[in-house]
Design a binder for this molecule. Structure first.
Ligand SMILES: Cc1cc2nc3c(=O)[nH]c(=O)nc-3n(C[C@H](O)[C@H](O)[C@H](O)COP(=O)(O)OP(=O)(O)OC[C@H]3O[C@@H](n4cnc5c(N)ncnc54)[C@H](O)[C@@H]3O)c2cc1C
Length: 466
């Protein structure tokens, strides 16, 4: 006899990339009534792009990594692969003793090091260069204990590699300190390379020799028109999902075997399953009355705040070639800026042809006071600091300031253990699932992968009844 599918209700809280991708993969299972609730006006969460006067300005992410496949795969699957763009150039600079120096691409650890790149680099002493080259001969770490990223890279490549590459890159690109970040949670693949090949260099060489996709070598990719297109494309494909925006979920309580969600518009929504795709501290506040233990554990994941100042400047005011994607700023350089992206050099069509578009990043873990500054103060700071580093004069033509409070989850050493504890305590209230940047990776592809995982998990939990 044909079985009748019983459609269970699922509510997804949070319409950032994690919530959107969860909804997308759940919809594909075709066995749930899905509602997606987003507090903001637009779906996308951290992903947001402003199109203004010919400028394309990113508020949050401006790229996705090529070597993590999920974003690329999803875009292709939805039929938007043709809108993926590669960067115009990939050179990254590092500010060292007030001067911009090129970071060879190899040093970002996507490619094996070449003798040339190491010996021609002005970033290391002779001893530092030899220490990097001798990496394959240093012993590997046994066991599965976590360690900080600084400890790992020091073991493999020596102290000057940590001081001159790892520390500044972490401070600027990850808003965190390499000495605090969990290697297992953030860079598990490097630990795996170490245990499999006995050396990162050997592992990378092996990867290059065996890689099939040799033509597609860009480290990162983006989208024509800006990253918000990713969110727009997914929303467009969510034909069978009930999408509610401008509504907050404030509270949750049990109702027999189901849950009732209390919404900011006064509505009470009954559901069988809930997926929280909100940052851990927000999920904590929503589940606090229902599952106080889980709420407390969710608070154990810290966040850093950021401010981003984007400046549009007339090209004629610049005496610099801007021949790269931008630069990272190490801690000891006496600047508050952590990094700077030359958006119009990095991507096509980000600014009208007579202008350059420059994105300055502020904010490190435990330096939240940066978001207390006014827009005017931040613009002044960015203008002053940029003038110190790059040769340009004149005025800023246009500016955009974004203050992103508690926006970057910090995966400190022991993060995996904390996530396991959170998962264990949330299980005490069954049929509630967690996903998002707070847990298994902050990058867009990590979030999409988690959305896929959570949909699969929910699919396997439910059974059809006769
Ligand atoms: C400045 C910045 C730059 C970045 N750059 C990159 C990059 O270039 N590449 C990359 O891969 N990653 C980048 N990241 C990381 C990546 O963008 C984020 O980790 C990812 O977008 C987070 O997605 P999410 O869906 O987990 O969370 P969010 O995007 O935070 O989504 C959560 C959603 O929940 C909603 N919400 C909150 N409270 C409630 C409530 N009570 N009820 C209902 N909804 C609620 C919010 O409005 C939000 O839309 C960057 C992050 C930042 C902050």
């Amino acid at each position: 006899m044909k079985q009748r599918e019983v459609r269970k209700k699922v509510v997804i809280v949070g319409g950032g990339i994690s919530g959107l991708s969860s909804a997308y993969f759940l919809q594909q299972l075709n066995k749930f009534d899905i509602t997606l609730i987003e507090a903001g006006e637009k779906f996308g969460g951290k992903i947001a792009t402003i199109n203004e006067a010919g400028f394309i300005v990113e508020k949050g992410p401006d790229l996705f990594l090529n070597h993590k496949q999920e974003t690329k795969r999803l875009l292709k699957k939805m039929g938007y692969g043709h809108n993926i763009i590669k960067p115009k150039q990939t050179r990254l600079y590092l500010l060292l003793k007030g001067k911009l120096r090129v970071v060879p691409e190899e040093f970002l650890l996507m490619k094996p090091f070449s003798w040339n790149a190491i010996f021609n680099s002005s970033l290391f002493s002779l001893y530092g260069k030899l220490r990097i080259l001798l990496e394959p001969y240093f012993p590997t770490k046994k066991g599965k204990a976590d360690e900080s990223a600084a400890s790992f890279f020091k073991r493999r490549f020596g102290k000057s590699y940590v001081d001159n590459i790892v520390d500044p890159i972490f401070a600027s690109l990850h808003t965190s300190q390499a000495s605090k970040v969990s290697m297992l949670s953030k860079f598990y693949h490097f630990r795996k390379m170490e245990s499999q090949y006995g050396s990162i260099q050997k592992a990378l060489k092996h990867k290059i020799d065996t890689e099939s996709d040799k033509a597609d070598k860009s480290t990162f990719l983006s989208l024509k028109g800006g990253m918000h297109k990713l969110a727009e494309y997914i929303v467009y494909k969510l034909g069978y999902v009930n999408k509610k925006n401008n509504i907050l979920v404030n509270d949750i309580e049990t109702l027999g075997q189901q849950y009732t969600l209390k919404l900011s518009n006064g509505e009470h929504l009954t559901t069988d399953y809930v997926i929280f795709a909100t940052p851990a501290y927000i999920t904590s506040s929503i589940v606090n009355r229902l599952n106080h233990k889980a709420a407390k554990k969710l608070q154990s994941i810290p966040f850093a705040s950021m401010a981003i100042v984007t400046l549009a400047i007339k090209k004629e005011n610049f005496n610099h070639k801007l021949d790269g994607i931008g630069f990272a700023v190490p801690n000891g350089e006496g600047l508050q800026m952590t990094s700077c992206t030359w958006s119009s050099s990095k991507w096509e069509y980000r600014a009208p042809k007579d202008f350059v578009l420059i994105r300055c990043y502020y904010g490190r873990y435990k330096e939240d006071q940066i978001v207390e500054k006014t827009d005017e103060e931040l613009t002044k700071l960015a203008t002053k600091e940029l003038k110190k580093i790059i040769d340009w004069d004149g005025e800023v033509y246009k500016n955009w300031v974004f203050k992103l409070k508690n926006s970057m989850p910090q995966y400190l050493v022991g993060h995996q253990r904390r996530v396991k504890q959170i998962e264990k305590s949330i299980k005490e209230t069954p049929n509630i699932l967690l996903t998002g940047a707070s847990y298994y990776g902050v990058g867009l592809s990590d979030c999409i992968k988690q959305g896929q995982r959570v949909a699969k998990l929910l699919g396997s939990l439910t059974i059809s009844k006769p």
